[in-house]
Design a protein around this ligand. Structure first.
Ligand SMILES: Cc1ncc(COP(=O)(O)O)c(C=O)c1O
Length: 436
């Protein structure tokens, strides 16, 4: 090329959650029954969309204006609905102008980081959902700046370490919270949220809170939305319908902006994000029309509660089965629908394996792991996929040096879920005890 064309952040953009599916597809073609434990899509995993929900959507499908563009920020009546819902809870007051719709939070995330000044950094949790850490790192053209979540303390953030890292890195302008969290399933209590808000206040930072799983909390855990604890700190809350309805194919999510008027620099940043959305025109119209009706439907709360109870139960089944295995650390998920399991560093290495009886599958897996510097957990994940068909995601691909894997609690069929856990348990034991 006459001049360099590759973006400074190109190498930061990886997404192992979807990379591994190409391997799973190949194994499927070779006749291996695959358990897709990698993707957080309840619908693809077989959760049934209730017929009352489909009926609401189908009624909007029959209206002509569902086929038109919507206003750039989103439909006014839907933004009114969301602002009223927030304000009626006594949270930090917002108006419809403080809400911007996006084509799913994936779109919101890339714009929120993409239009931040390149030298300003947002400190992200480690491990973290990679769409955040990769987009943030790509905007800066540098590796992510992060603070640790502690697997020995329920995956709660290490607050002292967060404060230290903020204090000694003047480039940090914002703090990301994901609550409930992907990939760990942890739910932050109000006291921790307040400590993070206090750090933001002390160092004059803004907060981004990804709250897409805010209504998927169980095991009796309690938390608060950011709007309830934010006081006067400038902040963005990210919300959406992908996980909660669930309707991920709608590509519909939004940001709620708190305290924009209290800080002119932050306000200009938000106006830039809105400008970027305007250049793109708008977000999907149909889901914006339908979802307020879905969440107000008399059957919605019951639908949500049933799903919470199932995740709670599957989280307990997994915890009780895996916690007995020596060499791994397991925390029960309290929210969202993921669990992250950590290997003790001394128990995993680059020499372990699982027996794979089909020679074609074995050769595919051995080729895949035969690359320099493959992490021990990626090697484990590939062997597990080849030997058992269980498709996990290596924990190290979530912006952490910890070795382990993330699984989901999404399989709707309890018998099949328990079979999968059975196979997983045996596979982990065999792998860790294999010639190492
Ligand atoms: C924490 C978190 N935020 C955002 C998203 C993406 O949401 P959307 O479907 O709205 O793009 C996901 C998807 O897994 C997620 O786990």
């Amino acid at each position: 090329m006459r001049t360099k064309i590759v973006h400074i952040g190109a190498q930061e953009l990886t997404y192992e959650i979807r990379n591994i599916i190409q391997v799973a597809d190949k194994l499927n073609e070779m006749g291996v029954e695959v358990y897709l434990e990698n993707i957080g899509d309840p619908v693809t995993k077989g959760e049934k969309v209730p017929s009352w929900m489909k009926k609401i959507v189908s009624e909007f499908v029959m209206e002509d204006d569902s086929y038109g563009y919507s206003p750039t920020q989103g439909l006014l009546e839907t933004r009114h609905f969301l602002a009223d819902m927030n304000n009626s809870n006594g949270h930090c007051r917002i108006t419809p102008d403080d809400i911007i719709f996006f084509n799913g939070l994936g779109d919101a995330i890339t714009k929120v980081y993409g239009f931040l000044r390149r030298t300003a950094r947002v400190i992200t949790p480690s491990p973290t959902y990679t769409t955040h850490s990769s987009s943030e790192a790509a905007h800066a053209g540098l590796p992510p700046v992060c603070y640790p979540l502690d697997p020995d303390n329920n995956w709660f953030p290490d607050i002292d370490e967060l404060r230290r890292r903020v204090k000694y890195n003047p480039a940090v302008a914002g703090i990301l919270i994901i609550n409930p969290d992907n990939p760990t399933g942890t739910v932050m209590p109000e006291s921790i949220l307040r400590k993070i808000v206090a750090i933001a206040e002390e160092f004059n930072l803004f907060i981004i809170a990804d709250e897409i799983y805010q209504n998927l909390i169980y095991n009796g855990r309690k938390s608060k939305p950011l709007a309830a604890v934010i006081d006067d700190v400038p902040a963005i809350s990210m919300k959406g319908i992908s996980k909660e309805l669930p309707w991920p194919g709608a590509r519909c999510g939004w940001i709620e902006v708190y305290n924009a008027q209290k800080n002119s620099e932050f306000n200009t940043y938000i106006q830039t994000i809105l400008g970027a959305k305007m250049v793109e025109v708008c977000s999907t119209t149909l889901p914006q029309k339908a979802f307020p009706h879905i969440i107000q439907h008399p059957k919605f709360q019951d639908h949500l509660e049933k799903r919470r109870l199932r995740y709670e139960r599957f989280s307990s089944i997994t915890y009780e089965r895996l916690k007995k295995i020596p060499g791994i650390l397991v925390n029960r998920a309290d929210g969202a629908f993921y669990m992250s399991i950590v290997f003790e560093m001394s128990k995993i290495n680059g020499r372990q394996s699982l027996p794979i009886s089909n020679p074609e599958v074995r050769s595919l897996i051995e080729n895949l792991i035969d690359v320099p510097k493959i992490t021990p957990d990626k090697r484990f994940v590939y062997y597990m996929l080849g030997a058992t068909g269980i498709c996990l995601v290596p924990l190290s691909s979530f912006n952490t040096d910890l070795q382990g894997f993330r699984m989901t609690l999404l399989e709707p069929n309890e018998r099949r879920f328990c079979q999968m856990i059975d196979t997983l348990e045996k596979g982990i034991k065999t792998y860790l005890n294999s010639a190492g």
